[in-house]
Design a protein around this ligand. Structure first.
Ligand SMILES: O=C(O)CCC(=O)C(=O)O
Length: 286
């Protein structure tokens, strides 16, 4: 029998809303995370726009990412946003699977489940090496390129994973607390005196929503500052990196179901993301 997506009255939304509520209630348990911890982190995110989470990844994971990133950290940025003294890896999953556990870290997923709709997508995964002498990155918020007036709910959320200790001197990400609530203001009107460095030891992560103003800090130290970033967006929004094209099916097949889904092998039922009228996950199975 054909699956029905639309109610008698032709309405899809009530069903979607019920599904969303159910997914949110169950989420923390599914990810093995304490729901009270999730609630308390979300209160902090709601108030400040960001939170620093400690001890999320261990030294072995950091070492593996460092080792497997090294051969690919070859090019310095082409503009002030990428950073002329910053090296980035794009299409990371095509080059290494070392960052996959970050993409689907249980605590991060438990938070995202409360912020975004089910089947949210990976929008960006980068390794970012800020070299000595780099200047402060231009201030921005990550969902700025979606042409939607602010203040509003975020279209996405991001994590910056400290693979080196982040210090005020070596270019720790600078955040503007509370700026997630700002209306439409140009970056030039913002008071940079309000920026706070996300100082944290390696293995920690800065979690923030797409409406928060932030940037990478200047690196005044003698050593590079290595980080990875995982950024996520609503399943109805376009991903920044076009993962359907940049990650081969062969590599996608080797990822977990969840990462596959976040790369784009998933749908926002009933009508967004299908391939030939069907769930794109079939492409990995056939
Ligand atoms: O590397 C950082 O600390 C922040 C980078 C960032 O915000 C970006 O490139 O969008």
């Amino acid at each position: 029998m054909a699956r029905r997506y639309v109610d008698e009255d032709g309405s899809v939304l009530p069903r979607a809303a019920a599904g969303l509520r159910a997914a949110r209630v169950e989420s923390a348990r599914i990810h093995g995370v304490d729901p009270d911890r999730v609630a308390s982190i979300l209160r902090e995110v709601d108030e400040h726009g960001y939170v620093i989470l400690h001890d999320l990844i261990d030294a072995d994971r950091i070492e593996r990412i460092r080792e497997e990133s090294r051969p690919h950290l070859r090019f310095e940025g082409r503009n002030e946003f990428e950073g002329h003294r910053t090296r980035r890896i794009y299409s990371v999953i095509e080059k290494t699977f070392a960052c996959n556990p970050l993409v689907e870290h249980p605590l991060v997923l438990a938070l995202l489940d409360q912020i975004l709709m089910p089947n949210y997508l990976l929008s960006q995964l980068q390794v970012i090496d800020v070299l000595p002498g780099e200047v402060r990155q231009p201030l921005h918020h990550d969902d700025a390129f979606y042409p939607l007036a602010r203040p509003r709910k975020p279209v996405g959320a991001a994590v910056i994973w400290a693979l080196d200790d982040f210090t005020a001197e070596n270019g720790a990400t600078l955040v503007y607390p509370g700026s997630h609530r700002f209306g439409d203001v140009p970056a030039t009107d913002l008071d940079t005196g309000q920026l706070i460095p996300a100082v944290m030891p390696a293995g920690s992560a800065l979690f923030f929503i797409g409406t928060l103003w932030h940037c990478a800090g200047a690196n005044h130290s003698e050593a590079p500052r290595l980080a990875a970033t995982t950024q996520y967006c609503e399943p109805w929004a376009r991903q920044q990196e076009n993962y359907s094209l940049s990650i081969s099916r062969e590599r996608a097949r080797q990822c977990s179901d969840r990462v596959q889904s976040m790369l784009g092998y998933s749908m926002l039922f009933p009508f967004i993301g299908f391939v030939d009228g069907r769930d794109p996950k079939r492409l990995l199975r056939d």
